[in-house]
Design a protein around this ligand. Sequence first.
Ligand SMILES: [Zn+2]
Length: 308
Amino acid sequence: MKAQDVVLKARAAGKCIPAFNIPHIPMVRPIIKAIADENSVAMVQVARVEWEKMSAQSLERVAEEYHKYQDDKHTLLHLDHIPAGDEDYQRVDYVSYLKRAVNAGYQSVMIDGSRLSLDENIRVTAEAVAIAHEANIPCEAELGAVMGHENRQLPPYEEIFASKMGFTDVEEAAKFAAESCCDWLSVAAGNIHGAVAEAVRNQKKPEARLDIEHIAALYRATGIPLVLHGGSGIQRQYILDAIVAGVAKINVGTELRQTYEFALEEKPGDIAYAQDCVYRACRNYIANYLMNTDLRDKIVHQQIGQGA
Ligand SMILES: [Zn+2]
């Protein structure tokens, strides 16, 4: 399977590909098994913050674990958030991370220049796209502010939603997609990241809503598959409507991370128990939340114009 082909086929079928984050290495195996046992298609992904601040260790370590259990009929390996400037406002050598990801066998990558100005974000993203396309893999980018990774407390959620704080601007998105040539675009339209700061990471994530009209306008303006970050803790109907509006990939981090961590608090040291909890939660997300059981059969024979 090629990542670009899978995402475009999902979009054509009115479905979306979930991408499950790996903050802890033992989560890889049960997530892959859950995806395969649902006969679905999904990505396993890791973000820099997960090896810097959690226990994913490195992008190579996640790739190594992935390659032990990978199921080529059902799973893909994606590199999530490589920020050009990180949540602590430090510069990041994104070029070297992207090259390492290509060498480690990642099938798609993300560059996150969302903390930069529009022009700087376009420049950095175009640079990342060139590296990815050279390796024949797609590149996801981000425009707008999907909040939550920063160390400060978020404003009250309803305030963010009502004021459209950080929402991706439609005109900027059209320019960004055309000039950066990114393949998929992560947008902000009410979705928020789960907290990663140590002090608040265990808190229940605020329930988010989505501005569906805004997502539809972004899709019309860019013409490329949209990505929804912060896929945990959003009411299901919003997700289903967002898929219709243009979302073809959805990132799921907090829900499975907390499942794993809370299981280990319940039974300290019992990794097998925590893995089993993740397995069940992941199957539940695929089957009951996204209704992506048998997704492989639904998209594998799809004929579309521009598969990679
Ligand atoms: Zn994200």
